[in-house]
Write a protein that binds this ligand. Structure first.
Ligand code: ADE
Ligand code: ZN
Length: 325
């Protein structure tokens, strides 16, 4: 398969944190535009700091970087840059996470974040013909009351938000902590996603299924440690949004050559490939496909299955799904 096969293959992006698409160049430009100090003297300095030992070591830098995002225009510019890259990578439909608490805790109103994102989404539609949905992700290192406050703050815009997610520091913050706010989110008609089994144990994936009743699991790699859980995920065709370059950057997988993506497919799991935080992990979605496909010598059929799974796992209605398959 030629390198451009991966970028031409139509696909859905289901696991992308918009704050994780903040490239060092834009971080630097926004720190100047908004006069927000960052602890880096240059773009190269920023890139040099991207050596992670685990999820928390990344999150510390990711939250610090997000501080340069201040205005509606900043959120627009961030997302517009992402959509341009995604379109070049063959993304025709994107369901992207945003972390409102990262911004509201700094005094940035929810409406500033959302109006900037909505403007960029409109641009993605008109410039690239891309369809885009937003997923509001709760930060799991904060308490459930804070998540409830975030849901309330988003109330005026919920008809333009497809679902909620749960991200940030996984260990010590099990899905059970958010059972009530997920139930309230579902009552409002929102779809439910949860990062689980990235660093946390298989028990967290079970909790996401049993206590949160999620529609999608983000990552899910550690399900492989539990054969009965794998069988359940396969039987129920639960989508796992897997992020190969993220797994290597955060040391959940030693080397890309060791990535279990083909094992997941062989076990009958509905695995898909995504980019997580591409500005930090070294590649957008097509590069994730290329890197893992070459390292694992995936067949063309396997790569096409991954792309097909991305549409099957998307929150598309039947007519839109049929258009993509
Ligand atoms: N927030 C942004 N990226 C994340 C990841 N890979 N895991 C958990 N929280 C995140
Ligand atoms: Zn993620």
């Amino acid at each position: 398969m030629t390198p451009d096969f991966y970028s031409r293959l139509p696909k859905a992006e289901l696991h992308l944190h918009i704050e994780g698409s903040l490239e060092p160049e834009l971080m630097f430009a926004l720190s100047r535009r908004n006069r927000i100090a960052i602890p880096f003297a240059s773009v190269d300095d920023i890139r040099a700091a991207y050596r992670f030992t685990d999820l928390q070591s990344f999150l510390d830098i990711y939250y610090a970087g997000a501080a340069v995002l201040q205005t509606e225009e900043d959120f627009h510019d961030l997302a517009a840059a992402y959509f341009d890259r995604a379109a070049a990578d063959g993304v025709v439909h994107a369901e992207i996470f945003f972390d409102p608490q990262t911004h509201t805790h700094r005094g940035i109103p929810m409406g500033v974040v959302l109006d900037g994102l909505f403007a960029a989404i409109e641009g993605a539609r008109s410039r690239h013909g891309m369809t885009v949905e937003l997923i509001l992700s709760y930060l799991r290192h904060l308490d459930e009351e804070d998540a409830f406050a975030t849901l309330r703050a988003a109330e005026p815009w919920l008809d333009r938000i497809v679902g909620v997610g749960l991200d940030s520091s996984e260990r010590g913050n099990p899905p059970a902590k958010f059972a009530r706010v997920f139930a309230a989110s579902r009552e409002r008609g929102l779809k439910l996603c949860c990062h689980a089994g990235e660093e946390g144990p298989p028990a967290y994936i079970r909790e996401a299924l049993d206590l949160l009743a999620v529609d999608r699991i983000d990552h899910g790699n550690r399900a492989l440690e539990d054969p009965a859980l794998v069988a359940r995920l396969a039987r129920t065709a639960m989508t796992l949004t897997v992020c190969p370059l993220s797994n290597v950057a955060l040391r959940n997988v030693d080397r890309i050559e060791d990535h279990p993506i083909d094992r997941m497919l062989d076990l009958g799991l509905r695995a898909t490939v995504h980019s997580d935080d591409p500005a930090y992990f070294g590649g957008y979605i097509a590069e994730n496909y290329r890197a893992v496909a070459e390292a694992r010598r995936l067949s063309r059929d396997a790569v096409v299955t991954l792309a097909r799974n991305s549409f099957l796992g998307a929150f598309l209605d039947d007519a839109a799904l049929a258009d993509h398959l």
